[in-house]
Design a protein around this ligand. Sequence first.
Ligand SMILES: *Cc1c(COP(=O)(O)O)cnc(C)c1O
Length: 400
Amino acid sequence: MPPFDPDRLPAGTTGVVTVDLAALAGNWRALAALVAPAECAAVVKADAYGLGAAEVVPALAKAGCRTFFVATAQEAAQIRTLAPSATIYVLDGLLPGSAEALHAINARPVLSSLEQVKEWAASTTEFPSPLRAGVRGRENPIGRGGIFCALQLETGLNRLGLGEAEIRALASDTDLLGRLDIGLIMSHLACADDPAHPMNSKQLARFRELSALLPAARRSLAASDGLMLGKDYHFDLVRPGYALYGGQAFRGGKTPVTPVVQVHANVLQVHDMPAGEKVGYSATWGCNGPRRIATVAAGYADGVFRHLSSASATIGGHVVIRGQRCEIAGRVSMDLITVDVTSVEGEPVQRGDWAELIGPHITIEEVGSRAGTIGYEVLTRLGRRFHRVYLGEADMAGER
Ligand SMILES: *Cc1c(COP(=O)(O)O)cnc(C)c1O
C-alpha cells in the first residue's frame, strides 16, 4: 500500500480512512489462486466490513468475483445495483414475509430452518421473478423454478442452520425438494483461526455426512481462516471476508494478503505540561514528570475504541507520529485523543502533523487486541466522519 499522502486533502480534514482498492483486488486474486479450482466469493456484509460496499464491490467484480454474500436483504439490494449480474446470497436467510423483496432483486436466501425452506418454496410460485429468465438449469439442471437458495447446515457453531432431523425430513420430502433450486449447501466453522482445534475436523466430517443426505449441489464450508486449513476445506466455493480486507486472523501462518486500510488523524494542539498535571476526562492520567501531550482529532465517534484509554498505571492504545510510537494518555473522548509525545525524537511534534492510527506500523489486529476485541470489529466500527480516500487503478480511485 503506498505511503499516506496528506498533500491533496481538502482543507480542514481531521481524519482520513484510506482504502487501497488495488490491494483489495490483489487479495481476492491471491485467494482465488490459492483455492482454485474452487470458486472464491466475497463477503461484503456490513458495508464491506465498514470499508464502503459502493467502492469495494465494483473493484472485486472487476477483479473477477462473481458471487457475493451479505447479511441482510437491504444490503443485497445495494449490492444488486453495484453488480447487476452477480450471484448474491443473504446470510440472515428468510425473515417472515421477506421472500418477495428477495425475488425482486434476484437475491438468494441462505435458508437455515425447515420453516424457512417451506416458506421459500411456496414463494417461488407466488412471486415468479422476471430476473431469473435464462438462469434456469444452469447450476442445477434438475431444479424446477430456477429460483435459487442456499441451505445452511448446522455442524457445531449452533448459530444458524438446519439440524439433522430437519435435514432428514427435507431429504425425504421429494415434493418440497422438487420445488427448490439449491445453489449451495453450506456451513460455517467455529474455530478455523486455530488450525490445531479439534472442532475443525469434527465440523468437516459432520458437513460431509449431513450434506450427503441431500441431493448433490455445490458446497461451501470455509471463510477467511477455513480456506487456510487446506484443500479438504475448500469444496466448491470459499467465502472470505476479513482476509480480503487485509485481515490476518489465522494463527497457523500468514494468509497471502496485504493490508488494505490505513487511518490517520490530525494533531490539533501540543501542550508542554509540568509534573502533576492530569490529562483528560476523570483525570485518570497524571504527568509523573514534565510531559508533552498532543491532542489528536480522533475519538470514539471515529472508531477509536474507548477501551484504548489509559490511566497512569495502565497502557492503552498506541498511535505513530513521525514514525515513532506514542501512547494514548488518559480517556478516549468522542472527538479527541490525547497522546504522550514526550519521547518523540527529532523535530518536535506540532499542530498539523498526522498520527497513524492504523497503517504500516499498527495493524488492525494490534488495535483489536489492545482494545480487548478483534480486528473485525475495528474495521466495522470505523467512523463515517473521516474523509475517505480510495486508491486503486486510475478508473477506480475516488474520494467521498
Ligand atoms: C461473516 C461470514 C463469513 C466471512 O467470514 P470471514 O471470517 O470474514 O472471512 C463467511 N460465512 C459466514 C456464514 C459469515 O457469517
